[in-house]
Design a protein around this ligand. Structure first.
Ligand code: ZN
Length: 152
C-alpha cells in the first residue's frame, strides 16, 4: 500500500472507531441480521428500515476489533439512502476490493473512502473483519433475521 493510502486508512479506522456512525439499535427496523466472525470474535447486529427498496435508515451494534467496527460504521453511513440493488452491487465491489480482485485504479477510486480497505487484501484474516458488516447487510437486505458467519 502506498504511503498516502496507508495514512488515510489509519485515519479512517481511528475516526470511525472513536465515533462510530449510526451506532444504535433501530426500534422501527423492518429488516435485521446478526453477523459473527469467530476467527476474530467480531459481532454485529444490523438494523435496517427499508421502504420502497430504499435503505431509509440503518443502525448497528456490536463488539469487535477496530477494523470490523470502522468498516461497519463506514458501511452504514454509505448505504443510508441507497437503493437496495445499488447496495448489493457495492457489496460485490467492496468484496472484490478486499480480496484483491478489483485492481482497476479508476474503479477503486470510485469507491471513495471505502478504497482505504484495499489495505486488508494482504491480510486474509483481516478481510473477514472488514467484510463482516457487508455480509450482514446482504443477509438483512434479503430479510435475514438469522445469524451469518464468516466461516460458512
Ligand atoms: Zn476483527
Amino acid at each position: 500500500m502506498d504511503e498516502e493510502l496507508r495514512e488515510l486508512y489509519q485515519q479512517v479506522i481511528l475516526d470511525h472507531n472513536k465515533s462510530p456512525r449510526n451506532f444504535k439499535k433501530l426500534e422501527n427496523a423492518n429488516h435485521s441480521a446478526e453477523g459473527y466472525n469467530p476467527l476474530c470474535g467480531d459481532k454485529i447486529n444490523l438494523y435496517l428500515v427499508i421502504e420502497d427498496d430504499v435503505v431509509k435508515d440503518v443502525g448497528f451494534q456490536g463488539s469487535g476489533c477496530a477494523i470490523s467496527k470502522a468498516s461497519a460504521s463506514l458501511m452504514t453511513s454509505i448505504v443510508k439512502g441507497m437503493k437496495k440493488e445499488d447496495a448489493e452491487r457495492l457489496f460485490e465491489k467492496f468484496h472484490d476490493l478486499v480480496t484483491g480482485k478489483l485492481t482497476d485504479e479508476n474503479e477503486i477510486e470510485e469507491l471513495g473512502k471505502l478504497a482505504v480497505f484495499a489495505g486488508v487484501r494482504d491480510f486474509p484474516a483481516r478481510v473477514k473483519c472488514a467484510s463482516l458488516s457487508w455480509h450482514t447487510l446482504i443477509s438483512a437486505l434479503q430479510d435475514g433475521k438469522k445469524v451469518v458467519s464468516t466461516e460458512e
